[in-house]
Design a protein around this ligand. Structure first.
Ligand code: GDP
Length: 589
């Protein structure tokens, strides 16, 4: 058997090839897979994660590494290093923080005071990315359904934001979602600016927040650290110019630049079907200039760009780096998080598109078991409790965020099972599916037509609608917690030494003893200890103090007691009773 070997394998590998590479018989590998609930024949493929688990289970001293697919890597790589010809580009900023700390108000305030031209009829459309003009420079803001979305993009190896503004309400301080946002931003390696918001409110205490920040590894500049902090009020507008100045300062220090004389590429940040307009994709250009008439491929979707629109819905001819743009012309909906790239000719784009489709088909035909799925299979015998859900959301980006966040709640005991998901209102079909699969429907930013409402009532299907992703996640967490078996908590209340045994039957012992510590009460349980080992657990059903019944006796007191047993027990003088109470405690996820 090879020792300390590193073996490189592809993302997917056939069972036969893997056995060969590991120098073990195919039958051994198949048996191990079966033990893990994976039924695969010699020619079927398993994914990298499965292979890794199996190699560990087999106890082989081999470490597997993933062979990188050069093409994918090239396509999804991080923003390329700009050349010497690169020009400066606007920063891309995301605003994160705990719910109700003022993210939306802050973004609205920034947008309404710094937009070059006001849209007719005010800001009505739902836009998840836009640019503001401040001191003749542009800043791109992303309104995010949750940082899970960013995490999902990052998993693909790409980076969306340059700066994260973490909003903390001065009157509430750091909350769990603030900590999550800090952790996320640090992991993503982006610059952090903390906006202490609501300073207009009475009782706001910015210094307390700075203290809390330092407890979370963010030492503010004025205390010798390098975390930038701005005090603002999204309500009155105070301090917002400072925040924008700070954003520009950080982008100057970071020297954010992008090439423009290269084929355009970027990321899809939203995709949805619009009545009358077909598939609509919103994207952020990373480099190059995207133009009307360009041929592009995003994931497994192809487009000849028919129309480009800026963040105000105005038709434009081209989009430059860091500019959010709506692309019309896709034949099918791309996915949130897909990278897109422009090809020089229609033929090149179509070839790439056909390759991508082929790749996807072959992926689907493979036995594609991910690691989560495997954990579930492994635990099938241990009965993982599943919570069935159907998720409906307004746009692809939010749907992906919701699903990704819910998937991360799975553990060895409980799991979310997605019976269905999709974009758009909750339909009667969804309700039918929920009814047959005993699922709960979660709607995120979607409507519930009256017909569906009535159908749900008839079928007794539960529909829960949310506009805040964290609340939706918390709800599912609650449901999953309910599926967790309660924990049994044993609390010792006292000890007693047996001084005499009066009567022993198959189910009962009457004896007497002295409480040597704590107390003895009914009802309670007791462990019988002899020579330091436990010989049985019994129930204390009655206590007598003298000749009368008692509920409780304390240290130093003598008492008579009835013990209920499951089988005949020989209790002896000198045995110890350790008395305890047992409580069921609900567990939380
Ligand atoms: P989000 O959940 O983080 O997007 O928070 P919102 O922007 O929806 O704000 C939550 C609440 O706080 C709303 O009632 C806002 O009016 C209020 N709010 C936001 N910013 C401020 C502020 O600077 N001062 C005061 N007094 N209230 C604010």
């Amino acid at each position: 058997m090879p020792t300390n070997t590193r073996i490189e394998i592809e993302d997917m590998i056939t069972v036969g090839t893997l056995a060969e590479r590991l120098s073990i018989p195919v039958s051994k590998l198949i048996t191990e897979l079966m033990k893990n609930g994976v039924m695969a024949t010699v020619n079927e493929r398993i994914d990298f994660d499965t292979a890794q688990i199996i190699v560990e289970d087999l106890g082989l001293d081999i470490s597997l590494t993933k062979k990188s697919n050069e093409k994918t890597k090239e396509f999804l790589r991080k923003k390329s290093e700009p050349s010497s010809k690169a020009i400066s580009r606007p920063p891309v900023v995301a605003v994160m923080g705990h719910v109700d700390h003022g993210k939306t108000t802050l973004l609205d305030k920034i947008r309404s005071s710094n937009i070059a031209q006001k849209e007719a009829g005010g800001i009505t459309q739902h836009i998840n990315a836009y640019q503001v003009n401040y001191k003749d420079r542009y800043i791109t803001f992303l309104d995010t359904p949750g940082h899970e979305a960013f995490a999902a993009i990052r998993e693909h190896g790409a980076q969306l934001t340059d700066i994260v503004v973490i909003v903390v309400a001065a009157d509430e301080g750091i909350k769990p979602q603030t900590v999550e946002a800090i952790r996320f931003a640090k992991k993503a390696g982006v610059k952090i600016i903390v906006a202490i918001n609501k300073i207009d409110k009475e009782g706001s205490d910015p210094n307390r927040i700075k203290q809390q920040l330092s407890e979370n590894d963010l030492l503010v500049e004025e205390w010798g650290g390098d975390t930038l902090v701005v005090e603002v009020s999204a309500k009155t507008g105070e301090g917002i110019d400072n925040l924008l100045d700070m954003i520009l300062l950080v982008s100057d220090i970071e020297e954010l630049r992008a090439d423009i004389d290269v084929p355009a590429r970027g990321l899809i940040i939203e995709a949805r079907l619009e009545t009358g307009r077909g598939p609509i994709a919103r994207a952020l250009v990373d480099e190059g200039i995207l133009k009307v008439g360009d041929f592009i491929v995003a994931g497994i979707s192809y487009a000849k760009v028919r129309t480009l629109e800026n963040d105000q819905g105005q038709s434009i001819q081209s989009a430059t780096p860091a500019m959010p743009v709506t692309i019309i012309g896709f034949k099918t909906l791309p996915e949130f998080g897909d990278s897109f790239k422009v090809y020089a000719t229609e033929k090149e784009a179509k070839d790439e598109f056909n390759d991508a489709i082929k790749q996807q088909k072959s992926n689907l035909s493979k036995l594609n078991i991910g690691s989560n799925e495997l954990i579930r299979l492994i635990n099938r015998n241990n009965q993982v409790q599943e919570f069935n859900v159907i998720v409906k959301a307004d746009v692809q980006g939010s749907l992906k965020s919701v699903i990704d966040s819910l998937k991360s709640l799975d553990n060895e005991e409980v799991a979310v099972r997605f019976v269905g998901s999709g974009i758009g209102p909750v339909t009667e079909n969804d309700i039918h599916l929920a009814h047959t699969s005993k699922a709960i429907i979660y709607g995120f930013n979607v409507t519930l037509p009256n017909t569906s409402k009535q159908q749900a009532k008839r079928d007794e299907v539960t529909i829960r609608q949310y506009n805040v992703i964290y609340e939706l996640i918390d709800d599912v967490k609650e449901e999953l917690s309910r599926l967790l078996k309660p924990e049994i908590i044993e609390t010792e209340v006292g000890k007693l030494t047996i001084k005499g045994v009066f009567k022993t039957t198959k189910t009962e012992i009457i004896c007497g003893g002295e409480v040597i510590s704590g107390k003895l009460q009914i009802p309670s349980m007791a462990k019988i200890i002899r020579n330091k080992s436990e010989i049985a657990t019994v129930e204390v059903s009655n206590i007598k103090k003298g000749s009368s019944d008692a509920k409780v006796v304390y240290e130093g007191e003598m008492c008579g007691l009835n013990l209920k047993t499951k089988q005949k027990l020989e209790i002896q003088e000198g045995d110890r009773l350790v008395v305890f109470t047992r409580q069921l405690q609900e567990r939380k996820l």
